[in-house]
Design a protein around this ligand. Structure first.
Ligand code: ATP
Ligand code: ZN
Length: 736
């Protein structure tokens, strides 16, 4: 059995209950494996066994439920769009030209609300309702009543149709079904006017929900629009405008001043400042020259650049960021899962309660049937869980896209929730608190070799290493015009150093501690090393078998905002700590300067273990550069990779900070706490309003239309509240 991956764009989904309705309906179809629905990106992904099932059946089901659906087919690396999926039955789906559909069809973009099907339903019902009122006033109640019945039916039929489509997939408890029963019931007990009003308000609510959901998606769509659609491709000395999707790796494109870079690539000629804010959130232009990497979406601020394309449109860093944010939805917050479970029993419970309200007072206490049927129907509408189910995902969606714009990536609600609970933050030293670019400061002779000779051998050993210390030594060798000798058999001694065969002789570059334990250096040399280490430098010993040649001291500067960041973290009530492989004294010098705790001399496995221990005392966030600390990042409650748009950073961790600012760590904490506060407000609004109107409905203080107004009102309130997160500024000192 081979499962084919299918993907559709589904329009008209406004809340989590829409997603679960579609999931359940599709899961029942033959041949369907994993089903994944994303409201934010309006995507449906299905693993389908084509021997048993077929994609058309899936499309028909979705259309019947009342959503628009467009199939996307993967061809190579390009997504090719099929024509609007074919629908067998005549009933045109009322969502297919909602404004959100503009996601796929640019020509639809900018449609006003009244041009959409939902909008027209609101106008239609509203007009009939108004006419009915006029008729009632002028021609009497009897004739007016028929106007209300007409208004009610016009609005109700599409809803009822969706309710029965869901029923056909085994789902009885849907919002549409509650609406249908309540409105039909109201017609039967001669409350046509209220039934029409209820249907009208429901349509208004749906329209507003659609607008709100669309607004939440805008953030992400805006990111996608930062990449230009066309590029100036260089062919045979001239340039030609081509679609960005058609660019191939290795092709050369021209980027004029003021243009956006069309693809990730490398500058081959030209010097200029690049505003990388779309990718990293950092808007101060970065000076770049030939050989430097550029990201798609960045703005070329001053001079023309020629760039070789390094990635196809789909693999660009910014496309991957967008994809991550879209996928982040599926990693759902525990609170969200709780709300989902809650609403699963909430709807049936309300239905049962309504039934009891209808039956018990008349039967047991001899009350009037009319009154209690009316109250029961109103109670049914209280059962609409829309506000509740949308409360958490709306906040999360806003937070995800708001964060992404500022270079703070969370891979899902679960990560946001965990980040908000952080009590300790563990930093890897190199590359996070420091720039990660150590430079050689001193070379100390231990024998007869000159500084250049020491550097030469050290460079030979380090040639095979990509450690920051190796980079520092190789760079120094280059600037001193020392030729790098031939070496072979390079071997990393994890957390200790490197060895290799240089010019036919075995040579080592290691930590003083390791050299000492192998009796290569004595106490006296250890003391020389220590004196440098107390200045915050890292010292390595260059030696051959039992023959120390020299010491090389290197210094890696703390980032300029590191002290500020640590202070902010403490202000937030969180304990920061450095976990480093470097030695005690160097670590103490750096940590002391920043005012924080440290643990030094840690091997990668020690870091892992220590995070485990810390986790017992309170939730730990680990910050790493994402390169060699992936296991430690995994071990922490929240692993955060830091580094401007680096490849690894995006994939390895739970969260990532895209611009090189340590102050973005406290910003990330603030963002997650603000999101959780927002979620708590939303749940309180949704549950609170339900509780209030549940009571007033049973007591007969409020009726049918108030019940539905309470639900749509709450939905709108909750959504507006969530959207406030889009404008939230988590940084303490700067404007963005
Ligand atoms: N390529 C290398 N050349 C020389 N010394 C090395 C090398 N790799 C590691 N060492 C020695 O091992 C020590 C620990 O290295 P490790 O890579 O575990 O930590 P680090 O990355 O330098 O620091 P941090 O843990 O803060 O990021 C270094 O301080 C150095 O003394
Ligand atoms: Zn919905």
């Amino acid at each position: 059995m081979i499962l084919e991956k299918y993907e559709w764009t589904v329009s008209g989904m406004d809340c989590a209950s829409c997603a679960s309705k579609i999931t359940k309906a599709v899961e029942r179809l033959p041949g369907v494996g994993t089903v994944n629905v994303s409201i934010m990106s309006e995507k449906l992904k299905v693993d389908l066994d084509e021997d048993v099932g077929n994609p058309e059946a899936i499309e028909r089901t979705i259309k019947k439920l009342g959503y628009g659906v467009t199939r996307q087919r993967q061809v190579g690396s390009d997504i090719v769009e099929n024509a609007e999926a074919y629908s067998e039955d005549q009933d045109h789906d009322e969502h297919s030209d909602s404004p959100r559909h503009s996601h796929d069809k640019p020509e639809d973009r900018g449609k006003s609300w009244y041009q959409t099907a939902k909008g027209q339903l609101v106008i239609g019902t509203g007009l009939l309702l108004a006419i009915a009122w006029v008729v009632e006033l002028s021609a009497g109640a009897e004739l007016g009543k028929w106007g209300f019945v007409a208004a009610c039916l016009i609005g109700l039929i599409p809803v009822a149709r969706r309710a029965f489509a869901a029923l056909a997939t085994g789902q009885f408890f849907t919002i549409e079904m509650l609406m249908t029963i309540a409105a039909t019931g109201a017609l039967f007990i001669d409350a046509a006017e209220e039934a029409a009003l209820v249907v009208f308000l429901f349509a208004v609510g749906e329209l507003l929900e659609g607008v709100a959901a669309n607004k939440a998606r805008d953030g992400i769509r805006a990111l996608a629009q930062l990449v230009p659609k066309t590029a100036l491709l260089e062919i045979d000395g001239t340039t030609k405008e081509v679609p960005v999707a058609a660019l191939k790796i290795g092709e050369i494109v021209l980027v004029r001043p003021g243009d956006r870079v069309p693809a990730d690539g490398e500058i081959i000629s030209g010097f200029g400042g690049l505003d990388e804010s779309p990718v990293t959130g950092e808007s101060i232009p970065v000076a770049k020259e030939p050989g430097d990497e550029v990201f798609a979406g960045s703005i070329n601020t001053d001079a023309a650049l020629r760039i070789t394309v390094a990635k196809t449109a789909q693999d660009n860093t910014i496309s991957r960021i967008i994809q991550l944010v879209e996928e982040a939805e599926s990693a759902r917050a525990p609170t969200e899962r709780f709300i989902d479970r809650f609403s699963r029993w909430y709807m049936p419970a309300i239905v049962i309660a309504s039934a009891l309200v209808v039956v018990i007072p008349p039967l047991v206490f001899g009350e009037a049937w009319d009154t209690w049927i009316y109250r029961g129907l109103a109670l049914l509408l209280i059962g609409c869980p829309c506000a509740l189910v949308i409360s958490v995902p709306a906040s999360i969606a806003s937070a995800l896209s708001s964060g992404a714009k500022k270079g703070l990536l969370f891979k899902g609600g679960a990560v946001i929730e965990a980040a908000a609970k952080t009590e300790q933050i563990a930093f890897d030293k190199t590359g996070t608190l420091t720039y990660g670019r150590p430079a050689v400061t001193d070379i100390v002779k231990l024998g007869d070799y000159t500084n250049d000779a020491i550097l030469e051998i050290a460079a030979g050993v380090e040639a095979g290493s990509s450690h920051p210390l190796a980079t520092a030594i190789l760079k120094k060798a280059e600037s001193e015009n020392v030729s790098i000798p031939h070496s072979s058999g390079s071997k990393a001694l994890m957390g200790k150093g490197v060895e290799a065969i240089v010019n036919g002789t075995h040579a080592w570059v290691t930590s003083p501690k390791y050299a000492f334990s192998n009796k290569v250096i004595d106490d006296e040399v250890m003391e020389i090393a220590a004196s440098h280490e107390r200045d915050g430098k890292t010292v390595v010993v260059v030696y051959r078998k039992n023959e120390p040649l020299g010491l090389i001291a290197m210094r890696d500067e703390p980032r300029k905002d590191a002290a500020d960041a640590i202070a902010q973290i403490k202000e937030l009530g969180i304990t920061p700590i450095i976990l480093t492989g470097d030695n005690e004294r160097t670590a103490a010098a750096i940590a002391g300067g920043l005012g924080m705790e440290f643990r030094a001399g840690m091997l990668p496995k020690d870091k892992l273990e220590h995070i485990g221990t810390l986790n017992l005392a309170g939730s730990v966030m680990m910050i790493g550069d994402g390169i060699n600390d992936a296991p430690a990042l995994k071990q922490a409650a929240v692993g955060v990779a830091m580094g401007s748009g680096t490849d690894v950073a995006l994939e390895t961790a739970d969260a990532a900070i895209l611009r090189d600012r340590v102050t973005d760590i406290p910003a990330m904490i603030r963002m997650s706490r603000a999101t959780m506060a927002n979620i708590r407000q939303n749940v309180a609004i949704a549950l609170g309003l339900k509780a209030v109107f549940l009571v007033t409905t049973v007591l007969g203080m409020t009726g049918l239309w108030i019940a539905i107004l309470a639900d749509t009102g709450a939905t709108v309130l909750v959504t507006i509240n969530a959207l406030r997160l889009l404008g939230y500024n988590p940084s303490k000192n700067d404007a963005n």
